[in-house]
Ligand binder design. Structure first.
Ligand SMILES: Cc1ncc(COP(=O)(O)O)c(C=O)c1O
Length: 415
C-alpha cells in the first residue's frame, strides 16, 4: 500500500495543515468510521452463543470513544477506579463493566462492590481480601494458564514469568478461600498477551482455558481476554488479523465445551488494540533536519511523551510524510532517516534508520496506528503539555474530543 491516508481517505476532505493550524501539533486525529468498523468486527466474533466483547479501555479511555463503544454495543473492562468512574460517566451500566485489576487496595475493591461492578481477583491474597470485605458475594478469578503469547516480553501476560493471575496449580486454594468466605466464583478470565496476527495462539489459549473451565462448577461467564493484532506494517502490505477466520475456527471448540459442560456460559473477550489502534494517527511537525556523522535525522515534535511505544517496546509505526496537504510518496525518492522527537533522551526515537520519502523541515509527519496505547500512555515529561485529540466524524467534520493541556493545567497541582 502506497499510502494508508489516501487509501481510506483518512481526513475525509479536511486539510491536515488546517487541523495543525487550528489545534496545533502534535495532534491525535481519529477516524470515526474506522473505529466503529473495528468495534463491530469484535462485537460479531461469537454469534452462536451468548457473547460480549469487553472493550479494554486502558488502550484508549477518551470519553468520546467510550460513548461510541457503548453505542456499538460493547461492554468494557476497567483496570482502576478512575477507569470504572469514566465508564459510568460515559453511561455504561454497572453490569456492562468488568473490573480486572492487579494488586489493588480495599478502597478500590469497595468502589467496585458498592457500584455493583463485577470484579476479578488476580491472586489468592486479593481473593482473600475480597472475601473478608464482602463475604457471601459473587466475583471472578483471573487464571494464569501457564502459557503466554505476545509481540514483546513486556506484553506477555500469562506463562511462568509474569506477575499476573492465579497459577493453575493454585485453583484448589481458590475453592478453599471461596468456601471460607462463602464466595460464588461466577466467572473466570484470562489474558495471555497482546498483538498476535494469526488466530492460532488465541485458539490454543481458549482450548486450554476451556479445559481449565471444566474444573469450575456452574460458571456464568468465561472471558478469553484480548490481544488481537493490528497490522502495524500496513504500508508493506501486512495482512490484517483475520477475525472471521478466528470466529469460524472458534465455533467447534465452543461447541465441544458447551456439550460437555451442559450449558453455554456467557463468553467474553477483552480487545483493546484491535478496536482503536488503526483509527488514529498522530500529526506532528518536522522542526529540524540534520546529518550527524553521516546519519540523517528528522526532528519532530512527536516525542516519547506523545507516543511511548517505540521507546518502550521498540514498536514499529508506519510513517507518512505530508507536504502542502499532500502525502509525499516514495516514487518521488527516498532516503534512510532516523525520525526523533524533542525529548531529552537518546531513546526518544520514532523510527530508526527507516527508508522514507525525503523529509524536509516544516513537513508534517503522520504516525499511523496510534490509537491504542498512544494517548493513554502519554505523559508530560519535560513539562510538555499533553496534546489535543480530534475526531473526524462519520460525516467528515473535525471535532475536538480533548483539548491540549496548558501550562496552567500543568502547574495547577502544585501547592
Ligand atoms: C487483562 C487485559 N485484558 C485485555 C487487554 C487488552 O489487550 P489488547 O489491547 O492487546 O487487546 C489487556 C492488555 O494489556 C489486559 O491486560
Amino acid at each position: 500500500m502506497n499510502s494508508y491516508i489516501n487509501e481510506i481517505d483518512f481526513f475525509k476532505g479536511n486539510k491536515p495543515e488546517d487541523l495543525a493550524a487550528q489545534y496545533g501539533t502534535p495532534l491525535y486525529v481519529y477516524n470515526e468510521s474506522v473505529l466503529r468498523q473495528q468495534m463491530r468486527k469484535v462485537e460479531g466474533l461469537i454469534k452462536k452463543y451468548p457473547y460480549t466483547a469487553n472493550y479494554s479501555i486502558k488502550s484508549n479511555s477518551n470519553l468520546s470513544i467510550l460513548k461510541i463503544a457503548l453505542e456499538e454495543g460493547l461492554n468494557a473492562d476497567a483496570m482502576s477506579v478512575n477507569e470504572m468512574r469514566i465508564l459510568l460517566l460515559a453511561g455504561f451500566p454497572a453490569e456492562r463493566i468488568f473490573f480486572v485489576p492487579n494488586n489493588v487496595s480495599s478502597e478500590e475493591l469497595t468502589f467496585a462492590h458498592d457500584n455493583n461492578i463485577m470484579t476479578s481477583l488476580d491472586s489468592i491474597d486479593q481473593l482473600r481480601r475480597f472475601g473478608k470485605l464482602f463475604p457471601g458475594s459473587r466475583c471472578a478469578v483471573r487464571i494464569n494458564p501457564g502459557v503466554g503469547a505476545g509481540h514483546h516480553e513486556k506484553v506477555v501476560t500469562a506463562g511462568k514469568k509474569t506477575k499476573f493471575a492465579i497459577a493453575e496449580e493454585d485453583i484448589d486454594e481458590v475453592f478453599e478461600v471461596a468456601k471460607e468466605y462463602n464466595l460464588t466464583i461466577a466467572g473466570i478470565n484470562q489474558h495471555v498477551g497482546s498483538l498476535y496476527m494469526v488466530p492460532d495462539p488465541f485458539l490454543a489459549a481458549i482450548k486450554n482455558f476451556l479445559r481449565i473451565a471444566r474444573r469450575f462448577p456452574d460458571l456464568e461467564f468465561v472471558d478469553f481476554g484480548g490481544g488481537f493484532g493490528t497490522p502495524y506494517h500496513k504500508l508493506s502490505d501486512e495482512a490484517p488479523f483475520d477475525i472471521d477466520k478466528l470466529s469460524a475456527e472458534m465455533e467447534p471448540i465452543l461447541d465441544e465445551f458447551v456439550k460437555d459442560y451442559g450449558k453455554a456460559p456467557l463468553f467474553k473477550s477483552e480487545p483493546g488494540r484491535y478496536c482503536v489502534a488503526e483509527s488514529s494517527l498522530i500529526l506532528g511537525r518536522v522542526h529540524a533536519t540534520k546529518s550527524n556523522y553521516g546519519h540523517k535525522y528528522a526532528g519532530t515534535d512527536i516525542g516519547m511523551n506523545v507516543l511511548a511505544r517505540p521507546t518502550l517496546y521498540d514498536s514499529w509505526h508506519d510513517i507518512e510524510i505530508i507536504r502542502d496537504n499532500e502525502v509525499v510518496t516514495s516514487d518521488k525518492g527516498t532516503e534512510v532517516v532516523t525520525v526523533t522527537g524533542n525529548i531529552c533522551e537518546s531513546g526518544d526515537l520514532l523510527a530508526k534508520d527507516r527508508e522514507l520519502p525525503v523529509i524536509k523541515t516544516d513537513d508534517l509527519v503522520a504516525v499511523l496506528d496510534a490509537g491504542a496505547y498512544g494517548y493513554s500512555m502519554s505523559s508530560s515529561y519535560n513539562l510538555r503539555p499533553k496534546c489535543a485529540e480530534v475526531m473526524i466524524t462519520g460525516d467528515g467534520n473535525a471535532k475536538l474530543i480533548r483539548r491540549r493541556e496548558t501550562f496552567e493545567d500543568l502547574i495547577s497541582l502544585f501547592c
